[in-house]
Design a protein around this ligand. Sequence first.
Ligand SMILES: O=C(O)[C@@H](CO)OP(=O)(O)O
Length: 343
Amino acid sequence: MAATAFHQAIGTLQIQSHSLGLRQEISDGAVRLPLKSFKLELGLSKRACYGSGQRKLSVIQASASQTSVADPVLSPSKKNTNESWKKSNEAALILIRHGESLWNEKNLFTGCVDVPLTKKGVEEAIEAGKKISNIPIDMIYTSALIRAQMTAMLAMTQHRRKKVPIVIHNEGEQARAWSQIFSEDTKKQSVPVIQAWQLNERMYGELQGLNKQETADRYGKEQVHEWRRSYDIPPPNGESLEMCAKRAVAYFKDTIVPQLLSGKNVMIAAHGNSLRSIIMYLDKLTSQEVISLELSTGIPMLYIFKEGKFIRRGSPVGPSEAGPYAYTRTLALYREKLDEMFN
Ligand SMILES: O=C(O)[C@@H](CO)OP(=O)(O)O
């Protein structure tokens, strides 16, 4: 998939929802919002979809008629692949908070302490992988912490495209030289995994390793809630969400957005607070609104990057359902190609 081809993409998807048979609903059943066009979706409530405890958006019906093919799964030798790909003018962005860690289980402040997943966390990561198994992924970004890396790798074991996630070692000349791949075909069957400390969990300062309940008992619930969820109040000697955002959002804008602009579909596996700061940026949440933003472990969130805008598509539903593929023609076609290739 040529990066330049993406820039040449023409035309926009302005398909009326009636012709697609799309309906959109808030999954608690309380609100139903028929979409007039994809564009209107931009006007949906900012807080419509975060994690299992919150309201979720899901598409419940789709019958898109498909005419052109933006086809990243066709083998490179097949004709029309490049031409077809040029027609795609969007990229998928998947955000996943890691599965439950051993310190989540113990209710300890974790921050930048590098703790692995529990068995439940492993299962959550695998479940998350099933949910995104039909969404194209060309690049993976994880934090430098093992719980996010485990989550990304376990999720990829479920992907139907069966590309191999390969950790990129850029830490020195020798690391680069010794990890080279000498087959272009093999490279095409792999997904680079970039590890970046900037995506790490917020540094929790002197709370790291303390029990959350005991800390609340000692310092008061309100104080601890301020440390945990306010935008600009840091925990003792730690990072506020604002400080975390400075590095996480800067990395997102400087490194990840250019990949999306070039048409690459990206997955980010990171943490409650580094992802809260990125979502705050993507959804233009205020410092007040971000206080109530909670992310569940192992629930993937999907955004479509199109014409320079991020359009939240909600949490992908089960792989057997139409789910988020109904949201865009490109995703629907990608899934159709996977069905052709692997069924
Ligand atoms: O302990 C942590 O590192 C984080 C995420 O688990 O906790 P909190 O929910 O308080 O931000």
